[in-house]
Design a protein around this ligand. Structure first.
Ligand SMILES: CC(=O)CC(=O)O
Length: 673
């Protein structure tokens, strides 16, 4: 769509008192400090992406705790070389996250069973102290790796903060990941310790993960692992017998090995490694992305404070596993003095109604969720506001996939008007956001509001021209350094894989792999899908997100959908295939297909109409709840794939092989309408 065809979508957000927002306070802070006269977010943003001093301003504004404050902001270097930030500063990440030391609740652990346990910030620090001392007694030192197989509970925070207090590097996976997925990751990073829970509770089922831990421990013993530390889940509190697991202790025994020393935070450079996260490739070994302590701290505290406006004593609930970067990112809320809700389990068990009431009862101020969750409750005909008033709720942040306009518009009526429904996009690659919310600015249906402060995001055409003001879609790129560019990939000799992952497409420019468009009328941004999943029938390029938006109209009968392009070696052109997973009791009738085709034609164009629509039993997802489009596209185009441990339901991929030979299956494509 060219610039002149864009419209201003429905207004869905307007702050009643924009001057009170933290991002506005940051603007005044910077104006005052430098004598600038920036009038609005956009002027502040321009400064943030053209003058490195912005990041020092931000450091001061956020009150980053350091033993040596920075004097120099950056040693400039090409992005691909991960420029050094704040080279002379010394700080500790955990010291910043655990800055509160009082009786206010820092974390609340909750489970499907109704289990609830609060931890004050004083208790949390004490747990970290004991863990740190045990780790030190067992020889953990800066740069060593500590890995975990854990649910979202208090334990991963304690382990990660204790590791970080020493300068060790923390990495976690969720217990639902398969053995090969865990080994693909941890064999590469060679952890010294692995911490693991022994059972998991999900959708009412208690599952022992001991057999998995045995396999992981025995294998990793050949890859540098010195100790396995197991503990029962906080819900069951069951006794654990560590005898079948190599080099294994139970947590209480491990903790008793530490000396009684006070909590201390070792001071390291800003770019000291903190976390290893994994790229969610659905085939091939995962890439181990090494993130820096200072970069993650500055970015995640920035987002908590200025993007979501989380404040001291607020309550933040990000629904996530410990395998998704949103777990790491949510710790930014602790760094501003808020409480975290740590929930693990299904949001639908015993019922989504009780889950929503729990959010209300815990007086949550900020929820982080996914479009999938919202569309599920919408599809079930549940409107949260009918269940509870959500009196404290101020923000509903949605990420992980595209939040479509119908879902946006439903969400603003489903939650209180005061709650800022907004969407953001970034990724594991930077452990931060590229695009997100700006509370004082108006928000429009289907659009993310702004480029995040400090993030020089542009939209490129295939030749590398910036096309963002044309209204045409292109590649999301980042053309300037920011503090959470990772150090690189673990074990990536010569940085070859790092280069190929982000810099092969445009020289010197970070390519994120998202297909994006900007509405020139509002400056709002819309992710249309992953750029390697772009659909391209007869030369019309569009993202699957556009089809999913239309599919929201059918959410009462269609549970989920997957839209991909098929192009086999013998095909002259690509064709669009749409797969539907129906809600129980519904089938994909010819009549429904006609309605879907008609809706797509009306909303988009005849060129967007799928050549085929099929009912399938399952849509494949990654363990981080992302639809797997690329692997399905490859399968239906004739490739045979070996799914990686990142696929949550690998058997679902098998359902798609039969669509390679479509002609045998259904004959020639029908006329489109
Ligand atoms: C912030 C994000 O972009 C999170 C994700 O989708 O992985």
């Amino acid at each position: 769509m060219q610039s002149e065809h864009w419209e201003v979508p429905k207004l869905i957000w307007q702050h009643p008192d924009p001057g009170l927002t933290r991002i506005e306070v940051l603007r005044h802070f910077i104006n005052h400090k430098h004598g600038f006269k920036f009038k609005n977010y956009y002027e502040l943003y321009q400064y943030s992406v053209s003058d490195w001093t912005f990041w020092k301003d931000l450091w001061e504004f956020l009150g980053i705790i350091s033993s040596v404050p920075p004097t120099q902001v950056i040693i400039e270097a090409p992005l691909v070389d991960s420029p050094r930030w704040f080279p002379n500063a010394r700080l500790n990440y955990a010291e910043n996250i655990l800055f509160r030391n009082d009786d206010a609740i820092a974390c609340t652990v909750a489970r499907e069973t109704g289990f609830l346990r609060h931890y004050s910030s004083r208790e949390l620090r004490e747990m970290v102290r004991v863990m740190r001392n045990a780790m030190r007694a067992n020889g953990l030192k800066a740069g060593d790796r500590v890995a975990a197989i854990v649910t979202n509970s208090i334990d991963p925070i304690v382990i990660a903060m204790a590791a970080s207090s020493i300068g060790a590097i923390y990495s976690s996976t969720a217990p639902d990941m398969g053995v090969s997925g865990i080994l693909d990751r941890y064999r590469q990073i060679r952890p010294k310790f692995v911490f693991s829970e022994t059972e998991v509770l999900y959708a009412g089922k208690q599952i022992s993960i001991i057999p998995k831990v045995v396999q992981v421990a025995n294998d990793l013993a050949h890859h540098g692992l010195e100790r396995v530390i197991v503990f029962p889940s906080s819900v069951t509190g069951m006794d654990v017998d560590p005898r079948g697991i190599k080099n294994c202790s139970i947590l209480s025994a491990f903790l008793s090995e530490g000396r009684d020393e006070p909590l201390a935070f070792e001071q390291h450079p800003f770019d000291h490694p903190l976390y290893i996260l994994y790229s969610s490739g659905t085939t091939g070994p995962p890439k181990c992305i090494v993130h820096t302590a200072g970069g993650v701290l500055l970015q995640n505290k920035k987002a908590a404070a200025t993007e979501w406006d989380i404040r001291f004593d607020d309550t933040h609930f990000q629904y996530t596993t410990c395998a998704w970067m949103m777990w790491n990112a949510m710790l930014g809320a602790l760094a501003v003095g808020a409480r975290l809700i740590l929930y693990d389990g299904s949001p639908f068990h015993p019922s989504v109604r009780s889950f929503l009431k729990f959010i209300n009862d815990q007086r949550v101020t900020h929820i982080g969720t996914s479009p999938r969750f919202l569309s599920e409750i919408q599809g079930q005909g549940i409107r949260p506001l009918d269940l509870a008033p959500f009196e404290t709720l101020r923000c509903v942040y949605v990420t992980g996939a595209v939040l479509t306009p119908p879902l946006y518009e439903w969400a603003i009526t489903a939650f209180p008007k005061r709650a800022h429904v907004n969407a953001g996009s970034g990724g594991t690659d930077i452990c931060a956001g590229f695009i997100g919310a700006c509370t004082p600015l108006p928000g429009y249906s289907g659009e993310m509001q702004v480029k995040s402060i400090g993030m020089k995001v542009e939209i490129f055409d295939p030749e590398g021209n910036n096309i963002e003001d044309t209204g045409l879609p292109g590649e999301l790129v980042c053309t300037r350094a920011h503090p959470s560019i990772p150090l690189g990939f673990w074990g990536d000799e010569g940085r070859k894989n790092f280069f190929n992952a982000y810099f092969a497409k445009y020289p010197g420019v970070w390519t994120q792999g998202d297909f994006i468009v900007k509405n020139p009328k509002t400056q709002g941004l819309v992710i249309l899908g992953r750029s390697d999943g772009v659909l391209n029938p007869s030369g019309v390029r569009f993202g699957s997100g556009e089809i999913y938006t239309v599919m929201d109209q059918f959410s009462h009968v269609v549970d989920d959908s997957l839209c991909i392009g098929q192009r086999r070696p013998q095909d002259k052109d690509e064709r669009v295939l749409l797969f539907l997973k129906m809600r129980p009791g519904n089938t994909c009738t010819e009549d429904l297909k006609v309605k879907i085709r008609g809706a797509i034609k009306t909303a988009l164009s005849a060129r967007h109409v799928p050549a085929y629509i099929f009912e399938v039993a399952e849509i494949p997802y990654t363990v981080n709840n992302k639809k797997i489009e690329i692997a399905v596209k490859q399968i239906v185009s004739g490739s045979t794939l070996k799914p990686s441990g990142t696929v949550a339901n690998p058997d679902a991929l098998k359902l798609y092989y039969k669509y390679v030979d479509l002609e045998a299956l259904v004959g020639q494509p029908k006329a489109k309408l």
